[in-house]
Design a protein around this ligand. Structure first.
Ligand code: 13P
Length: 254
């Protein structure tokens, strides 16, 4: 399956910085067709990047959204607004949303249903924290997140869903020296996720669902992580802020 490499810029980059990234990045990856590429800038840069990415293979994504179409929800952005920006993707359930903004599986499920209703593709993030890992609860946590977040989702809708396995302990939080999961650990997590998806849906869905890895992916480790059989791409934070390093990661996705 074609790999998906997504940039999650988190709360970084002005509009001007976003445009200069795109110009530099486009030049470097001109002939690269091996991977699907999605850029998820902050909301403030969506409108401008949507124009910059017209006629380009690079897709635009948002980092979050509310589940209602419109209304009295101060500070929120609706799926219709993302469609208005010509966003194709939205990241939902990122661990920073879960941990810092108290998003629950229940809320994330509502957002998933809303995103699908409006034809958005989504990247659902799941993953355990360090305490859960150390107490041997990784699989239990991942399975619960999948079952709760994908409640009432049918097989056809699964075509629009990419799952991102982001073990929270592996996320860099801006530290370029932070360690990623080993390729073996990441592969084990992905394999488990694929099995859960098979049990929830069927073998075919499980085989065709992209499961991408996130957590300190960088040019130095991209090739080994992306070569694992169950790793179908990457969700990149810190290393996606630099056009050259993000392009190297995209090029590693053969
Ligand atoms: P880093 O690549 O900075 O570890 O971030 C991963 C992440 O949270 C992407 O969503």
């Amino acid at each position: 399956m074609k790999k998906l490499i997504a940039a999650n810029w988190k709360m970084n980059k002005s509009v001007e910085e976003s445009v200069s990234f795109i110009n530099e990045f486009k030049k470097i990856i001109k002939n690269e067709k091996n991977a699907d590429v999605v850029i998820c800038p902050p909301f403030t840069a969506l409108a401008t990047l949507s124009k910059e990415l017209k006629n380009s293979k690079i897709k635009l994504g948002a980092q979050n959204m509310h589940f209602e179409d419109a209304g009295a929800f101060t500070g929120e952005i609706s799926p219709l607004m993302l469609k208005d920006m010509e966003c194709e993707y939205v990241i939902l359930g990122h661990s920073e949303r879960r941990e810092i903004f108290n998003e629950s599986d229940f809320l994330i499920n509502k957002k998933i249903i809303a995103a699908l209703k409006h034809g958005l593709k989504l990247i659902l993030c799941i993953g355990e924290n360090i305490e859960q890992k150390q107490s041997g609860k990784t699989n239990e946590v991942i399975e619960n997140q999948l079952k709760n977040c994908l409640k009432n989702i049918d097989k056809i809708q699964m075509e629009k869903i990419t799952i991102a396995y982001e073990p929270i302990w592996a996320i860099s939080r801006g530290n370029p020296n932070h360690k990623a999961a080993t390729k073996e650990d990441a592969e084990e997590g992905h394999k488990f996720i694929r099995n859960v998806v098979e049990n929830m849906f069927d073998k075919n869905i499980s085989k065709n669902t992209r499961i991408i890895y996130g957590g300190s992916v960088k040019p130095e480790n991209a090739k080994e992580l992306l070569s694992m059989p169950n790793i179908d791409g990457g969700l990149v934070g810190n290393a996606s802020l630099n056009a050259k390093s993000f392009a190297e990661i995209v090029k590693a996705a053969k």
